[in-house]
Design a protein around this ligand. Structure first.
Ligand code: HEC
Length: 109
């Protein structure tokens, strides 16, 4: 009995930090996206219609197949360095850029 309790305790404590880490990541991604990306790409990732007039609709939708089919590496490069009329995300750390990509991918589902 003592052994089982101990095992359960060990499993719980080792699983805890992982789930917490993931939750924190999702939260980081959402906050960073809303602050740095939603202005152009829209809260839903389909593109802010007001901005589409000046920047062109093409490219603003980041939940379409054209974007989601691209690799993480390719998209991270665009997020970090910018592309066309998109400015580079200099303020975001590498971790935040990954979290933001994860969040934008989650919008596409
Ligand atoms: C000033 C407006 C603006 C902001 C802010 C902005 N983007 Fe963009 N983004 C664009 C435009 C315009 C394009 C299309 C670029 C092009 O012409 O290739 C684009 C392209 C992209 C693409 C590539 C789409 C594809 O299929 O190639 C991704 C991914 C992306 N943005 C993600 C983000 C993320 C994540 C953020 C926040 C960190 C962000 N963008 C912030 C305007 C913006």
């Amino acid at each position: 009995m003592k052994f089982i309790v101990l095992t359960v305790a060990v499993i719980l404590t080792s699983a805890w930090p992982t789930t917490q880490g993931l939750a924190a990541d999702a939260e980081t991604g959402k906050t960073a996206y809303e602050k740095n990306c939603a202005g152009c790409h829209g809260a839903d990732g389909k593109g802010n219609p007001a901005v589409a007039k000046t920047l062109g609709e093409k490219g603003l939708n980041i939940v379409g197949k054209e974007t989601t089919a691209k690799s993480d590496e390719a998209l991270l490069k665009i997020i970090a360095e910018g592309a066309g009329k998109m400015p580079p995300s200099k303020k975001l750390t590498k971790e935040e850029q990954k979290a933001v990509l994860q969040y934008s991918r989650s919008l596409a589902k």
